[in-house]
Ligand binder design. Structure first.
Ligand code: FAD
Length: 546
């Protein structure tokens, strides 16, 4: 006699939940799989929702990737939308599910229960917050689309990735849009000198960007800042962040981790071995230091959903650390990050070396190349890659993904120099920007070049260093660092008598000519020479100069 089929109930029918359900069916044709989803839709494209609000994705149906009927037909999965799991009775191994239309409740028995309830938008107790719309479900999207039809002004609270996507899409709809962000920069995973590039782009698109500003209240047609200033707002969007949806788990007595997400082991098991959890609701393991991390991203949720199905089906499957690799589009800019940023490394007291470059997306002589800013963070003791960030109009996604892959494979920063990457002029340069980051890291790690960071320059100059601008006179005229002396790199050998024999910092536009100048001076007897990392471009962004 064959054993009874396993009964698997999955709570949450989008990224993690549906990945688990469909993978499990491909592994176990006999399993009885039920998916319970509170909203009216399953397997919808939550990452596409902002673009339907903006009208970029014109057809609402394009967001609905599957229906309960299509999932039943192809995967024989019992999908129940507008059903909420209200309680887990662990002693009886049932989930109590409420039909949100009829109000009736039903027990769903399980052998394995998978929780993938996601994360819910944070709603701070600001007076009037009820009027603020959030974006998580298709229903939220419908409400936002309806609200934009009569609105002319909008305030988006929060400068994270959903807030910025919303701002872009509201501008696309023709709304005069303000973004209010409590900290000094948008996109927390970026360091400030890269965030500044994003600030400029946002402002160029006529968004009124308020940094370091707090919303004190939301009125009928405006938003009041803590300064008392009132900003017109027919529409208010709250995009302040998300928090793991843990009510069901807490009600069942499951253990939460220190960051407030559901605690799981490396096989996605909660504190009850019959109950698994994945996605935004769980605490993940940071890829760098193994600490608990809340990383609410679709790729991780989908991967975890697939692997939890493997575990349930008895196949090897384990959770791996996360690097938080992410990308967002902001008014034509690609903004991508992986691993830790400099702010976090500094706060944690970890030693690091930072490398900034400003390469082209592909060979400059081939039409259509765009500049980008890249930053690599490296452990100076071990050569380990700690993180990377990039901002630019094209090609940033590829570089950050290559670096994320290198991190996952435990390649070092110096290994980046020797990666064999595809090249033709319309796609890259013979030395790809990733190779160039590797070269720069190797030069710095080996002591061949010493660098100074944009935020260390003032202290270096106060300490008596001479600053030499090795760019051309025209570049120097258009924008210069106070106190710098102009000696173009091609004239340097002939004008050595103008270079004092004390500490020297050289700089060019992006760091390349500065590196050459540094090498000239070092080889000709100047011991204390440093190159301004990322050149004038990084410095200007860091100090907020145009
Ligand atoms: P979800 O996909 O959110 O699914 C959870 C589901 O569980 C929800 O539909 C909810 O209704 C349901 N649920 C919760 N509790 C219950 C209950 N008790 N009973 C029944 N059902 C319940 N990530 C990226 O990596 N890139 C992006 O570009 C990106 N864009 C995004 C844009 C928006 C507007 C949003 C909201 C998110 C975006 N994300 C993006 C994040 C990504 O969507 C999430 O990380 C991912 O969906 C998490 O998967 P999940 O399965 O954990 O939760």
């Amino acid at each position: 006699m064959s054993p009874d089929p396993i009964r698997v109930v999955i709570v949450g029918g989008v990224a993690g939940g549906m990945s688990a359900a469909t993978r499990l069916r491909r592994l176990d044709e006999a399993a009885r799989i039920t998916v319970v989803e509170r909203s009216g839709h399953v397997s919808f494209a939550n990452c596409g929702l902002p673009y339907h609000v903006g009208g970029v994705i014109a057809e609402r149906d394009a967001l609905l990737l599957q229906t309960p009927q299509s999932l039943a037909a192809r995967f024989a999965i019992d999908v129940r939308v507008r059903h909420e799991a209200v309680r887990i009775e662990r002693d009886r191994r049932v989930v109590v599910v409420r039909d949100l239309d009829s109000g009736t409740e039903q027990d769903l028995p399980y052998d394995a229960l998978v929780l993938s309830p996601g994360a819910s938008p944070v709603r701070p107790p600001i007076p009037g917050i009820e009027r603020a719309l959030a974006l998580r479900s298709v229903e939220d999207t419908d409400a936002l689309v309806a609200a934009t039809l009569s609105a002319r002004t909008a305030v988006v609270i929060g400068g994270g990735f959903i807030g910025l996507e919303m701002a872009e899409n509201l501008v696309h709809r023709g709304l005069a849009t303000t973004v209010v962000e409590a900290t000094a920069q948008v996109m927390a995973p970026l360091d400030p000198e890269l965030a500044e590039i994003v600030h400029r782009r946002i402002r160029r698109h006529k968004v009124d960007l308020r940094l370091g500003a707090a919303v004190a209240g939301i009125g009928a047609s405006d938003v009041t800042l803590s300064t008392g200033e009132r900003i017109p707002a027919d529409l208010v969007v709250a995009a302040i962040g998300v928090r793991p949806e843990t009510g069901l788990a807490v009600g069942a007595g499951l253990v939460l981790g220190p960051r407030g997400g559901i605690a799981i082991d490396e096989h996605f098991r909660t504190s009850d071995p019959q109950i698994y959890a994945v996605g935004d609701a769980v605490e993940k393991r940071d890829g760098l230091d193994g600490s608990e991390a809340l990383i609410p991203l679709a790729n991780t949720a989908n991967r975890q959903g697939r692997f939890v199905a493997d575990v349930i089906a008895g196949r090897p499957g384990a959770d791996r650390g996360v690097s938080g690799t992410a990308i967002v589009g902001v008014f034509g800019l690609q903004v991508a990050t992986t691993g830790w940023n400099e702010k976090r490394l500094r706060a944690a007291g970890r030693p690091y070396l930072a490398v900034h470059t400003h390469p082209s997306s592909h060979a400059g002589y081939y039409p259509g190349a765009h500049g980008m800013a890249l930053k690599l963070l490296v452990d100076p003791g071990t050569d380990r890659i700690l993180g990377a960030q990039g901002v630019g109009e094209s090609g940033v996604d590829k570089r950050i993904d290559v670096i994320a892959t290198a991190m996952a494979g435990d390649l070092t920063a110096s290994d980046l120099a020797d990666l064999e990457l595809s090249y033709a002029p319309q796609f890259s340069s013979a030395k790809d920007p990733v190779n160039m980051l590797g070269y720069a890291a190797m030069n710095a790690l080996s002591g061949l070049t010493r660098t100074v960071q944009w935020h260390e320059l003032a202290a270096a100059l106060d300490g008596g260093a001479t600053l030499i601008d090795v760019r051309d006179p025209g570049e120097h005229r258009r924008g210069r660092i106070p106190g710098s002396v102009l000696i173009p790199v091609d004239e340097l050998r002939a004008r050595l008598d103008e270079v004092p024999h004390g500490p020297v910092v050289v700089h060019c536009a992006v760091g390349v000519r500065g590196h050459t100048a540094t090498r000239i001076l070092r080889q000709l007897g100047w011991d204390d020479v440093r190159n301004l990392d990322g050149g004038y471009t990084t410095w200007a962004a860091g100090v907020g100069r145009p």
